[in-house]
Ligand binder design. Sequence first.
Ligand SMILES: [Zn+2]
Length: 81
Amino acid sequence: MCLAMRAAKEGSMQLAKRYAMLAKRIAVHYNLHDKQIKNSICKGCKVPLLPDLTAVVVVSSSKRQIIYACKFCGRESKIKY
Ligand SMILES: [Zn+2]
């Protein structure tokens, strides 16, 4: 995921998507249940979710969840804490 995040920061979204998908495929192949990988990729457009760069992050303390909204496709992912 580090390569995907670095590519996204440099502005190369196609490369960031490719690296993110490779990281996810490797995690699935080796049966890793890494929530960090799962929660850091947009399920709609496969872009790595980086706060302020590719995602808007909202912390809702009343519902005890963090909402990541993708800036490209608008899909929201909610993570409970
Ligand atoms: Zn997206």
